[in-house]
Design a protein around this ligand. Structure first.
Ligand code: PLP
Length: 495
């Protein structure tokens, strides 16, 4: 999030003041909104102002847009509260925190089937985005090392990925000067095409990305097929193109629901994997993990050694200080749940997802686009030809998934509507992520509200919502829509 300084001339009247609701008890003066207040205020007053203002946020439990954990057990809350003051990066001061971090990396490397004879390495990150930036950098350095050894130019690295990648991949390419090569989707294929990807790979390709769980539809990309094609290409040309698996969601799901699915270090081309601890790792935001198959896949030049906290500390992170609470909470989940606990939770989410998909289908005008046995979410669109669907050219008011999303918001549900990535951007969908806090009862309630919403839209048509346009970009960002700073935006074609 990027915030801009508000000019005083832009403020309506003297709107720079927070109205002190409890003024007569605690506050004698108005509180400025955009300037540091001159004076102190009692802790209770500061708490109450902020607490009340946060009531305007959505209810996290009804935020069906987000993959991110909104509930943990009280014991995890306690550990996190006890760890507020603990700095993750300060290994000398907090050696046991570092030990816990190392245990988590070991557990994840084994969960992802890193070969026992290899020295897999890894680290905690703020989320999958940071993990992806680190993994992308490692791919770039690895490619450059090899090119330099062969006396070849290193000025034009590229990376190959589906057009459905999350925005963090676009950031990586732009921030770190790597040409992004996108495999466009098609109206029938919503993930990377293997042949199409291989056509984009050349000697300057630092790596190929396979997503275990597309942000848009939850579908698993064909990682095994990508692996086989890369192995063959490397063999044919003498290249060493790596495969990175973006397992932001799926890498904490597939090991428990589909252990037979080969998508991880069992595949020889897979050099690195990222996963979000704060998604299906079931930890509060922000926690991610990056794991490399081999020490050599993480070039030494990227690791810095610092001694100013005492002792020698290797660091590979974009930032330095951060709270240790999330890492500790991840370890809590690992100990508390074990393989069996995670399996039961993920199987439960799968069952709720199937139940919700059925309930949504029973409304009668939606087509389910997500596939069972992938990320626990339901992605759906208005079935072509639905009465009132603006696409169908029917007489009648005409409405869209964006209208449905707006109407649901009035009931408190946050269900994002967005278009798929190019060249499937004609398809507009709704998506519900099924987290632990989402019950079958809530699935029934949501399906009922969908039914009422559609009936209302079919008879009365959409009612313009003032908040709608302000809200859309945020929803698009949450869905991972492509961010283009210049030129026309991807058309938000409505069905
Ligand atoms: C496939 C994929 N990759 C990366 C990310 C970024 O993850 P994070 O929010 O943990 O940085 C997401 C987030 O939704 C995602 O779905």
């Amino acid at each position: 999030m990027l915030a801009k300084k508000v000019k005083k001339s832009e403020l309506e009247n003297d709107g720079s003041l927070l109205s002190p609701m409890y003024g007569s008890r605690n506050l004698r003066e108005p509180v400025p909104r955009y300037e540091l207040p001159e004076n102190q205020m009692p802790p209770r007053a500061a708490y109450q102002i902020i607490h009340d203002e946060l009531n305007l946020d959505g209810n996290p439990a009804l935020n069906l847009a987000s993959f991110v954990t909104t509930w943990m057990e009280p014991e995890a809350d306690m550990l996190m509260t006890e760890s507020f003051g603990r700095n993750y990066v300060d290994a000398d001061e907090y050696p046991q925190t570092t030990e816990i971090h190392n245990r988590c990396v070991n557990m994840l490397a084994r969960l992802f089937n890193a070969p026992e004879q290899n020295a897999a390495v890894g680290c905690a990150t703020v989320g999958s985005s940071e993990a992806i930036h680190l993994a992308g950098l490692a791919l770039k350095w690895r490619w450059r090392r090899r090119r330099r050894q062969e006396g070849l130019p290193t000025d034009a690295p590229n990376i190959v990925m589906g057009g459905n990648v999350q925005v963090c991949w676009e950031k990586f390419a732009r921030y770190f000067d790597v040409e992004p090569r996108y495999v466009p989707l098609t109206p029938e294929r919503y993930v990377i095409g293997v042949e199409e990807a291989m056509e984009l790979v050349d000697e300057n390709t630092i790596g190929v990305v396979g997503i275990l769980g597309s942000t848009y539809t939850g579908e698993y990309e064909p990682i095994r097929a990508l692996n086989d094609a890369i192995v063959e290409l490397n063999h044919r040309h003498g290249w060493d193109v790596g495969l990175h698996v973006d397992g932001a969601s799926g890498a904490f799901v597939a090991p428990f629901t589909r252990p037979e699915l080969e998508w991880d270090f069992r595949l020889p081309a897979v050099t690195s994997i990222n996963v979000s601890g704060h998604k299906f790792g079931l930890v509060y935001p922000g926690l991610g993990w990056a794991i490399w198959r081999n020490q050599e896949d993480l070039p030494d030049e990227l690791i810095f050694h610092v001694n100013y906290l005492g002792g020698d500390q290797p660091t590979f992170n974009l930032n330095f200080s951060r709270g240790a609470g999330q890492v500790i909470a991840q370890y809590y989940n690992f100990l508390r749940l074990g393989r069996k606990g995670y399996t039961e939770i993920m199987q439960g989410l799968d069952a709720t997802t199937a139940y919700l998909a059925q309930a949504i289908e029973s409304v009668g005008c939606f087509e389910i686009m997500s596939k069972p046995g992938t990320v626990p979410l339901v992605c759906f669109r208005l079935a072509p030809g639905t009465v009132g669907d603006a696409r169908a050219g029917e007489a009648g008011p005409g409405y869209t998934v964006f209208d449905i999303s707006d109407h649901l918001r009035a009931r408190g549900w946050i269900v994002p509507a967005y278009t798929l990535a190019p060249n499937a951007q004609e398809i507009a969908v709704l998506r519900v992520v099924v987290r632990e806090s989402f019950s079958r009862d809530m699935a029934d309630l949501l399906a009922d509200d969908l039914r009422h919403t559609v009936q209302l839209l079919q008879t009365r048509g959409p009612v313009p919502s003032p908040a709608r346009h302000a809200r859309r970009p945020r929803i698009a960002a949450a869905a991972g829509a492509r961010h283009e700073p210049e030129g026309p935006k991807t058309a938000r074609k409505i069905c």
